[in-house]
Each structure stands twice: as C-alpha cells, then as structure tokens.
Ligand binder design. Sequence first.
Ligand SMILES: [Zn+2]
Length: 222
Amino acid sequence: MMTSPSFQPTPSIPFELRQSPIQGLGAFATRRIRKGARIIEYIGERITQAEADVRYDDESMERHHTFLFNLDDDTVLDAGTVHNESRYINHSCEPNCQSLIDKGHIHIYALRTIEPGEELTYDYAYERTPEMDDDAEGLYVCRCGTPSCRGTILAPEKKAPARRKKAASKAKRSAKAPSKSKAASKSKSSPKPASKSKAASKSKSQATSRSKSAGRGRRAAS
Ligand SMILES: [Zn+2]
C-alpha cells in the first residue's frame, strides 16, 4: 500500500513505520523530537462530508477503521486514498502528539519531547454525533493500553468548561509528568478550531436529514 500511486512520501520524517503493539503499523521516532515540533502534515484526499458518508458506512463495519479527518464543517481529509506516513500514527488516550488545524492544513505536533524508539500517538478524538449510543463505544474501541485509556477513540463526552482548563494545563506540563493525571481528559480538547467545527457539524446533522451514520467516524484535531 505504501507504494501505491496515492502514497506521497514525506522527505526526512523523524520516524519509521513498523509493527505496533497498539495496532498494525505504527510510527516510531528515529531521533529525538523536541516538544512542540511539527512532525508531519496529515495528508488526505479532500472530500465533502456527504462523500465521506457515502464512502464509509460505519454501521457495516465490525470495528471502525477509516482514515477520515475532519478539516471543517464541509471538508474531510480521506487518507484511505491519498496519504503519507502520517496515516500510520496510532491513536492513544495518553498521546505524545497532537493534531492541529491551521489554514486548511492538519499537522501533527509533539506534545512533549519524544525519545528515539517511542511510538508516536495522538488522540483521534472521534466526533460524537447526537445519535450515538453505547453501541458506538464498541464500534470505536480503543486498545491503546495506557493507564488512562477510556476504552474508546471517541472524544470524551463534553461536560464542563473545566476540561478545557485541564487540557490546557496538561499540554503545558512538561514531558516528565507521565501518568499522573489518571482519567484527566488528556490533550483532548484544547480550544482549537476543531471544537468549533465539532459543535457546528453536530447542529448541522441535527438540522438536516442525513443518514443515521452521517458525520460519524472522523478524527478531529485536538
Ligand atoms: Zn485508549
């Protein structure tokens, strides 16, 4: 798959792809990556939300597995077709990277200093849609195995503004504070553009008559 015409290799990435204990191929640092470093752009085919729904029917999958990443309310990047190495960076509930959207591009950044050999991960924070029930948790199961694993790659349910504070302070915290904050919601929803589009797309799918799975199964920037 990595030799297909839709694979666009990135020159001089600081990681290699190999078998991961989390899932399939993973991305492992080949050199020290400093905190805050931009590691790679998440590349994908730019398609509409509607097209993404047509391409992938979550209900028919036993376990959700796509490479959709929400860019904004209208656009999704599908790395199931056009992609680069970023597609292989696995999800973790205790990630060492985060994804941020800037001017129509998604990049993966180091949340802390990462040593050679460490697997790179970020929180996929899959969007929750209004119709999701408990079954959805099973469809989007997480096996990252970290102490604070929430069991699903769905974003934590929105509760209080308190989480934002937590997330922000977590992001600021230094590399050497591993699993202190147990169930703390991780880098999750630092107040980035994505949370806005999350809310927006939610109301949109409520307002229109899209199919039941509409809007499901997208990664969202943290
Ligand atoms: Zn997990």
